[in-house]
Design a protein around this ligand. Sequence first.
Ligand SMILES: [Zn+2]
Length: 475
Amino acid sequence: MKAGAAMLKRFKKKTLSNFPSFRSFAEESPHQFLSGKILTSTELPIPVKELEQLEEQSLVVKLTSLTQSRGTWQCHRCGTYLPYFFARFPHAACRKECVYCRNCIMMGRVMECEPLYWFSPLAIWKKHHSPCQWEGELTHAQSNAARRIISAIEKREELLVWAVCGAGKTEMLFPGLTYALKQGLRVCLATPRTDVVRELFPRLTSSFPEVKIQALYGDSEEKSGSAQLLIATTHQLYRYSQAFDVMIIDEIDAFPFHNDDSLKGAAQRAAKGEAARIYLTATPRKKEKRRIRHKQLPAVFIPLRFHGYPLPVPTLKLIPTLRSRLSKGTLPTSILQRIYTQQTGRRQLLIFVSTIPHAEQIQEILSRRFLVASVHAEDPDRADKILAFRNRELDVLVTTTILERGVTFPSVDVYVIDAGHQVFDEAALVQIAGRAGRSHEDPYGDVIFFHGGKTNAMLEAQEAIHQMNRKAKKQ
Ligand SMILES: [Zn+2]
């Protein structure tokens, strides 16, 4: 798919604006809308005839969307070749059953009979004079990381920023983003989690008020994805190829990114070959740790929270009857008592559970005494409920692991009910514990893992937190 340098040169001489459909384009520049995008014909506001003309003039590259080799299909939007993602459906236009890809179906259907169109990254982006209006100050540790990030962008290198929960990762990015925007580079800040996109977007728009920034996720209002600075879920990257000069992936260890090769491939392809690639995480997986050890991945480590206080260490509480009580739709009295006592204090309570039915049951039980809501990935009101909790309109928020990372509430205690459940791996438990003690005003918080029997994940999470605190002390 890489266009040769000569071809690119030819591209640059031509302008899309000569084409009738582009003159009435809603965007200020069709180049910016199309730059580095891979789109289906239904996603393009251009008649097929005109697309063919564009193709003849080498302004767009037509790609076969699905190919088959030795009986194995591959989708060229999402890259998957896993057989169970391919299905057939009766396609009236072709009068036969056509194959389509189910892996990237959430982005619209890609079919064997319809091509994809790739637009070379021709847009010219603004060189901002002083894009960052954030007036805060970075700590010593944050400044050090910020310098490394600038250097990685300058040299177009790879860098892993390993920063504990609450280290203030987002602010560490500001000097690097400033540098990139001054150079007129295009930046994508991608993350596996929609809630993280929602959290980052207002922070970046208020810190970079004059920069065009868009948030892109499944049901985002904004759909065009044509901004110089894009904040997007990693799924949205299926629509890009060689579009970005700087690719930042926040929460790189999070589900579904960390175990999905098609998303990793998309992130790789969305960035230009010579792009800077910066990864942020509080809990790197074994693969990244190994690459750091073998000096294959440059890394900067920030073990200290921005306010300088240590990470809250979780307490493990054994309740042998826990699972049988949960299966009957009740909570053990000892947990209820603990919640009642907790609620006499000034902190709110964030409760993590393993399944949606448990979230709903516990919400029901607690709603008899407290203002409580429950959230999960499919909850249509989840953004409103998170906002209500943040505004202190709720005493308790019961959640599945969707809120394990990326969200900040200033003053909460954190309980995990059935911490031995398989959804709570080491990374998840470290992240969950990291929700407590986030603010300068209240840097502490109780973290309790209620369990029916200790697991390695619990012990490893506890040890990982101790280890970070020891490193922070040394600094
Ligand atoms: Zn696909």
